[in-house]
Design a protein around this ligand. Structure first.
Ligand SMILES: C[S@@+](CC[C@H](N)C(=O)[O-])C[C@H]1O[C@@H](n2cnc3c(N)ncnc32)[C@H](O)[C@@H]1O
Ligand SMILES: Nc1nc2[nH]cc(C(=O)O)c2c(=O)[nH]1
Ligand code: SF4
Ligand SMILES: [Mg+2]
Length: 238
């Protein structure tokens, strides 16, 4: 099995409740959505940039696609890590590849939670699910009802269990509509350990502090809710 991967590097988880843990990151190429705020830079699909020495900003170009054993070998350079973040792009597009990965570390999935049939294929391999809620006006989605149903189904499939942690992240922009947030959080709250409101970074002016604090207050009535910005952007690491 092979997959196109844009980057493999070792850094520190910069988002959500596990901020600060040392992780290897595997960034898959390709996404089924087109979020207005997306910070994933378009990459040269012909090569995977591998940073052998963490923080060096020096990359080896490895021809794409990569096979699973190559990824395992590259990751073995990083030593003591908490987990391997599978991100992108949308990693669930590469569920068949992920299901064949053989890595001695817990897998931490970063997903847009819109591909439940792909989630089904890998649910038993994943130890941490960082699952986004994408509100419909954030991408060029056509069918709102089916998008929301697929999101709920994906959270149900990858929900918190005794062997798997599942939390939800929601990027808050100036266009975020509180009622949309409450409706979706209500639908998935039984499946997650907490909700993280992630203020949008850069480009789009943030939604404002009062707005975020009000959203948190309302959500706290039904689910543990944290406000955590992207911290890796603050100290400029990958
Ligand atoms: C680049 S995405 C890749 C994984 C998956 N496609 C997703 O969207 O969850 C990784 C995380 O970065 C977040 N993100 C992307 N752009 C952002 C921005 N400008 N500000 C804050 N968070 C952002 C996404 O919402 C997601 O939680
Ligand atoms: N440090 C760091 N933390 C992250 N958390 C989620 C990321 C992502 O792009 O999926 C990311 C990333 O790219 N870098
Ligand atoms: S789903 Fe993730 S990778 Fe895809 S466009 Fe949205 S933020 Fe970017
Ligand atoms: Mg990122």
């Amino acid at each position: 099995m092979e997959a196109p991967i844009s980057e493999i590097f070792c850094s520190v988880q910069g988002e959500g409740p596990h901020v600060g843990v040392r992780q290897a990151f595997v960034r898959f190429i390709g996404c089924n959505l087109n979020c207005s705020y997306c910070d994933t830079q378009p990459a040269d699909p012909s090569v995977c940039m591998f940073e052998r020495t963490p923080g060096s900003n020096s990359f080896e170009n490895i021809p794409n696609p990569l096979v699973t054993s190559q990824v395992s070998e590259l990751l073995s350079n990083y030593g003591n890590i908490h987990s391997v973040s599978l991100t992108g792009g949308e990693p669930l597009l590469h569920a068949d590849f992920i299901s064949e990965m053989d890595i001695p570390h817990p897998l931490y999935l970063e997903s847009n939670m819109t591909l439940p049939h792909m989630a089904e294929k890998i649910k038993d391999k994943i130890s941490y699910v960082s699952g986004d809620i994408k509100l419909i006006d954030e991408f060029e989605g056509k069918d709102l009802v089916s998008h929301l149903e697929r999101t709920i189904e994906c959270f149900r499939t990858l929900r918190q269990t005794k062997d798997r942690e599942c939390f939800c992240k929601l990027v808050v922009t100036k266009d975020t509509v509180p009622d949309d947030v409450y409706r979706m959080v209500d639908a998935i709250s039984d499946y997650v350990s907490c909700v993280v409101l992630q203020p949008v970074t850069q480009k789009h002016f943030s939604s404002g502090i009062e707005f975020l604090l009000q959203l948190q207050k309302d959500l706290l009535d039904s689910v543990d809710t944290l406000i955590i910005p992207q911290t890796h952007k603050m100290w400029g690491c990958l």
